[in-house]
Ligand binder design. Structure first.
Ligand code: MN
Length: 290
């Protein structure tokens, strides 16, 4: 059974003690099993408080992030790669302490628009770093998921097929696939085939609408996506992701290009998404079982 989760940025823009409390309590109250924490700043993360809030609210946590240029493990500059690797290692160790299962997102690349294709050296540096990191993560019980994102956010992996080739080049073969419906809706030809093709590698799923607002009000073909998940008996986390500049900080607003807001009530949005996702899963489960 998949755990159904909500991204912390639906609730808070800053993950200080107050932000953690609001995000974790809100996620539990909206009916979720899991919260995805954007651990961008592992040096200042309150691990003990996170642990306590998770237990008190009956949630488990995963983490995601996108790399900045100065932490880009796909850089051609080995000192930048080393810095990024050290940063991700710290996040992995926090996740180990939280008994978390996943570190996902754009952990293989700077998350920004590029004006040229990635070089072979950049791809190789990222793959080598991910090989070392995924080996370390395994000692902490953590799986790394490389999130396939659209062409405006990375030049490394933009489609599921592209990602499978990329993953096959990572030493150790431990890093896995993370698909996001928002990005798939931009880059893939349909919502079924990438899931079926990635069945062996798929470890994490983001659910986002075409405009990143209320589920069911955009153009994402969720019916075929959830049918495909059922077909491959996917049982990893399924996490709702949505962003509003009402909540997220100016840095993230810029990184994600949130120039318009589709919601201002995170609690209402999250409760709606939880019901939407569980209803889709129920519908396909009953197709598969009868
Ligand atoms: Mn995502």
């Amino acid at each position: 059974m998949s755990l159904i989760g909500c991204h912390g940025s639906v609730w808070a823009g800053k993950f200080d003690d107050e932000g953690l409390r609001i995000a974790i309590e809100g996620t539990a109250k909206a009916g979720y099993d899991l919260i995805e924490l954007p651990i961008f700043d592992p040096d200042n993360w309150n691990v003990e408080l996170t642990k306590k809030l998770l237990v008190d609210n009956g949630l488990v946590a995963t983490a995601s992030l996108g790399l900045t240029d100065d932490l880009n493990i796909s850089s051609e500059d080995p000192t930048v790669v080393a810095r990024g690797e050290e940063h991700l290692r710290k996040v992995i160790d926090i996740l180990g302490a939280l008994n978390s299962t996943h570190l996902v997102g754009v952990i293989y690349s700077a998350m920004r628009k590029n004006f040229r294709a990635a070089t072979e050296l950049e791809v190789r540096h990222g793959q080598e770093a991910l090989g070392r990191l995924s080996e370390h993560a395994a000692t902490q019980g953590v799986t790394l998921g490389c999130e396939v994102v659209n062409r405006y956010e990375t030049n490394i992996i933009n489609t599921g097929r592209n990602a499978l080739t990329y993953l096959s080049g990572i030493p150790g073969g431990r890093a896995r696939l993370h698909l996001d419906t928002y990005h798939m809706n931009i880059e893939e030809s349909d919502m079924w085939q990438p899931v079926v093709d990635g069945a062996e590698q798929l470890t994490y799923v983001h659910i986002g609408e075409s405009h990143r607002g209320y589920l069911g009000t955009g153009s994402v073909d969720f019916d075929n996506f959830f049918r495909a998940l059922a077909r491959i008996s996917y049982d990893g986390p399924i996490v709702f992701e949505s962003f509003s500049s009402v909540i997220v900080d100016p840095g993230m607003t810029a990184a994600l290009a949130i120039w318009r807001n589709l919601w201002d009530d995170g609690a209402d949005l999250a409760a709606h998404a939880n019901t939407f996702i569980r209803n889709k899963i129920r519908a396909v489960e009953t197709i598969e079982l009868h």
